[in-house]
Design a protein around this ligand. Structure first.
Ligand code: ATP
Ligand code: BTN
Length: 259
C-alpha cells in the first residue's frame, strides 16, 4: 500500500496516533501491547503484510504483502459504551459492509464476525479486550479485508469460501479510500452503539435472515434453525422446527447456510 496515499486518507479522520508497518506478526498483537501501555483512544495499527495474522481461537488469517487491508483500531470505551461492548463486532461489521455498499456491492454480515460478498468471505473481524480488574479498559478491533485476488487463500485451505474486492470491483479498487470509509463509518456509528436503531441496522445487514442455518460449536454439536435476528446484546436468535426461540451466544460458533 502507498504510505503517502494512506497518510493523506487518514489525515481527514480524528484518530489517535498511527503506527504503520511494512510487515508485522499481527496488528492485533501490536495494538493489544500498545493499549496496555497507554495508547490513546482511536489509535491505529496498520500493516501491509501479516506473518501471524489471527482469526478467532488462533485460527490463521492470511495477509500476503500488498494484497489486503490489515489494521487494528484501539477503543477506550466510555462509561456509556461499557454496558454494550458485545455490540462492538457489529459496529465494525456494519462499517465494513456499509463501505462496500457505497461502492455498489451487496455486502452481508455472516454473524458474528465476517463480511460476505456473493456468499464468500471478503473481510473478517477479531475484537479483543484489555482488562483492568473486572472492567474492560480497551478494545482492539482487528479488521482484515481481502483487496486483491491474491489475498483470498486457496479453497483447500478454507472451510468457508473466500473472495476479494478486486473480484467484484476490478483492479481499480482503492484500499486507502476503503480504509478511510471503514474507519469513518465506525467513528460515525459509535455514538449509536447503545441504541435500538443500531441493532436494527446490524440485523438488517445479516446474511441468511429468514433462512435455515446451522451453527456448529467447538465440541461437534450442531444446532439448526431459522435465522430470525439478534438479541439486544448481539447474540443470534434462531427458531427451531417447533417455533421455539434459540439464542446462540458469542463463542466458538460457526454459522453456515443449511446444506
Ligand atoms: P468460518 O470462516 O469457517 O465460518 P470462522 O468464522 O469460525 O470460520 P474465524 O476464526 O472467524 O473462522 O476465521 C478464520 C478462518 O478464516 C480461518 O480458519 C481460515 O479458514 C479463514 N481465512 C484465513 N485467511 C483468510 C482470508 N484472507 N480470507 C478469507 N478467509 C480467510
Ligand atoms: C476472522 O474472520 O476470524 C477474523 C480475522 C481477523 C483478521 C484481522 S487482520 C487485522 C487483525 N490482526 C489480526 O491478527 N487479526 C485481525
Amino acid at each position: 500500500m502507498n504510505q503517502n496515499e494512506l497518510k493523506k486518507a487518514l489525515a481527514k479522520l480524528p484518530l489517535g496516533d498511527v503506527r504503520y508497518f511494512d510487515s508485522i506478526g499481527s496488528t492485533n498483537n501490536e495494538a493489544l501491547a500498545w493499549a496496555t501501555s497507554g495508547a490513546k483512544d482511536l489509535s491505529l495499527v496498520i500493516a501491509d503484510e501479516q506473518t501471524a495474522g489471527r482469526g478467532r481461537l488462533d485460527r490463521k488469517w492470511f495477509t500476503p504483502r500488498g494484497t489486503a487491508l490489515a489494521f487494528s483500531l484501539i477503543l477506550r470505551p466510555t462509561a456509556e459504551e461499557k454496558p454494550h461492548l458485545t455490540r462492538t463486532v457489529g459496529l465494525a461489521a456494519l462499517a465494513v459492509a456499509e463501505s462496500l455498499r457505497r461502492r455498489g456491492l451487496v455486502a452481508q454480515i455472516k454473524w458474528p464476525n465476517d463480511v460476505l460478498l456473493n456468499g464468500c468471505k471478503v473481510a473478517g473481524i477479531l475484537v479483543e479486550s484489555v482488562w483492568s480488574g473486572d472492567e474492560v479498559d480497551c478494545l482492539v478491533i482487528g479488521i482484515g479485508v481481502n483487496v486483491r485476488k491474491e489475498a483470498a487463500p486457496s479453497v483447500e485451505l478454507l472451510q468457508f469460501p473466500a473472495t476479494s474486492l478486486e473480484a467484484s470491483l476490478g483492479p481499480a479498487v482503492e484500499p486507502e479510500e476503503i480504509l478511510h470509509d471503514i474507519l469513518a463509518g465506525m467513528i460515525a456509528l459509535r455514538p449509536q452503539l447503545a441504541s435500538d436503531t443500531f441493532i436494527a441496522a446490524w440485523e438488517k445487514a445479516l446474511a441468511f435472515r429468514g433462512e435455515q442455518v446451522q451453527v456448529e460449536d467447538g465440541n461437534g454439536n450442531t444446532i439448526t434453525g431459522k435465522l430470525l435476528g439478534l438479541e439486544p446484546d448481539g447474540s443470534l436468535q434462531l427458531s427451531n422446527e417447533g417455533g421455539k426461540s434459540i439464542t446462540v451466544r458469542f463463542g466458538d460458533v460457526r454459522l453456515r447456510p443449511q446444506a
